[in-house]
Design a protein around this ligand. Structure first.
Ligand code: PNS
Length: 136
């Protein structure tokens, strides 16, 4: 079965990689797809996000990279024939934020979302903190 692991990946982190690696052991293919989060202002250009994702996942033979900017995740899933969405969750607050999206996506299309708990060493990593501290 193929699954999509969607995100802003702005930039992708070791936490994302941990989730992708574990998902790769469970699904025939995991597509890491860069989408637009309207609540976030983009930092890295799309091409840089994709290049980083491709580089980070180069040893994971069944992880591929794609993008669908400005479009709905469920539309991407339908077009790509993907029936499962994967999301990493670090904290209860993450889950609180994720549940309405998962329920909406399922309501619209029947596509299920599976949550993969982040490994504890990665719980406090975020793209925002990495960006904030990268240039010191
Ligand atoms: O890494 P992020 O920012 O937490 O990822 C959120 C993302 C991009 C997966 C989410 O905002 C999304 O699915 N965007 C695509 C637009 C969409 O489908 N919105 C409806 C969600 S119910």
């Amino acid at each position: 079965m193929r699954a999509v692991f969607p995100g802003s990946f702005d930039p992708a982190t070791q936490g994302h990689l941990d989730v992708a690696r574990r998902a790769a052991g469970m699904f025939a293919e995991v597509v890491m797809c860069v989408l637009t989060n309207p609540a976030k202002t983009g930092r890295l250009p799309l091409a840089e996000r994709l290049a980083l994702l491709t580089d980070m996942t180069s040893d994971l033979t069944n992880v591929t990279v794609d993008s669908s900017p400005g479009r709905l995740l469920v539309d991407y899933c339908r077009e790509a024939g993907i029936g499962v969405i994967l999301r990493g969750t670090r904290t209860p607050a993450d889950l609180e934020h994720e549940l309405p999206m998962a329920q909406t996506n399922r309501h619209l299309t029947g596509i299920e979302t599976l949550f993969i708990p982040t490994s504890p060493p990665h719980s406090y990593i975020s793209s925002t903190l990495i960006t904030a501290t990268a240039h010191r």
